[in-house]
Write a protein that binds this ligand. Structure first.
Ligand SMILES: [Zn+2]
Length: 288
């Protein structure tokens, strides 16, 4: 959508929204029903936020059952009651009004502030990367309801885990693995993806979505060698929960395997290669 189209859209929506809101206060039953039916009281996480029209904010919100675009009028003013709740990575209880193309934030009560991740180098960047990952996963025009609130809970738990001081790199890897699993792209980790044998599994081929045995591996030179221990850590990521993450000590080779396997899986299976991942992991590395 071009910015000019968006301006026209927002302006027409703005007057449309106000008229409908005022109508909602009317005692005419039909109009009241119309307004109530378009208001949603829901939890949400701010995936993205940009300034708009000087004092407004244009938001991308992840709700338990969908991703939506919303405008928060006046939220860019420092004294706005919407300012804190509409920052990136804030989780809040939102009262939203549904327009034809966009939602309007009518009220927002903060549940978890984005500030809890600020001030720690790399931590906020990992949170932003995970929000970016889910934002890209649910691409523009995604209208399907999200079943079971799984993605919302995944991100909410990951942000809580980061704030609680859990290993940010592991939180990110768990999220990446779970995003793949949610997308139905969990790799085959118990047998050779080519011939089906469960013997002599010794390499992982992200582009093929699974392990390779000793014989099949020769046909895929770019496959990543994997040890039994690395495979165990890798498999656990797909079933782990960021909120229950304990201390994990991984050697350098395992860290390298997990990161290469996950980035190549996201790249080949979901076509996602996000610069925000590189930046977040670099910042994290610098802070150590
Ligand atoms: Zn094989």
């Amino acid at each position: 959508m071009s910015s000019a189209t968006l301006c026209v859209l927002l302006e027409s929506f703005s007057s449309y929204g106000r008229t409908a809101c005022l109508s909602g206060l009317s005692t005419v039953a039909g109009l009241k029903w119309f307004s109530m039916n378009r208001s949603i009281n829901t939890e949400g996480i701010v995936l993205k936020c940009s300034a708009f029209h000087e004092t407004d904010r244009l938001l991308t919100l992840l709700l338990p059952d969908r991703k939506v675009a919303a405008i928060a009028h006046g939220a860019n003013k420092s004294k706005s009651s919407l300012a804190a709740a509409t920052q990136p990575l804030s989780r809040a209880q939102f009262l939203l009004y549904r327009g034809r193309q966009l939602y309007t934030v009518q009220q927002a009560a903060i549940l978890s502030s984005a500030q809890r991740l600020a001030g720690k180098v790399g931590l906020f960047a990992i949170g932003e990367y995970l929000a970016d990952l889910i934002d890209h996963l649910l691409e523009e025009g995604w209208e399907e309801p999200l079943e079971g609130e799984a993605l919302f809970r995944l991100l909410a738990e990951a942000l809580d885990a980061l704030a609680e001081g859990k290993d940010p790199a592991m939180v990110a890897r768990i999220c990446e693995a779970q995003v793949l699993r949610w997308s139905g792209l969990m790799p085959l980790l118990t047998a050779c993806v080519r011939c089906g044998t469960q013997e002599a599994l010794e390499a992982f081929a992200p582009a093929e979505g699974g392990l390779l045995c000793h014989r099949c591996r020769e046909q895929v030179p770019q496959a990543l060698p994997v040890s039994r221990e690395q495979l165990l850590h890798f498999s656990r990521l797909f079933l782990a929960s960021a909120s229950r993450l304990g201390r994990v000590h991984l050697n350098t080779a395992t860290v390298a395997f997990l990161d290469t396997a996950l980035t190549q899986l996201l790249q080949t299976q979901l076509k996602l290669a996000l610069p925000s991942r590189t930046i977040a992991f670099q910042l994290l590395e610098k802070s150590r």
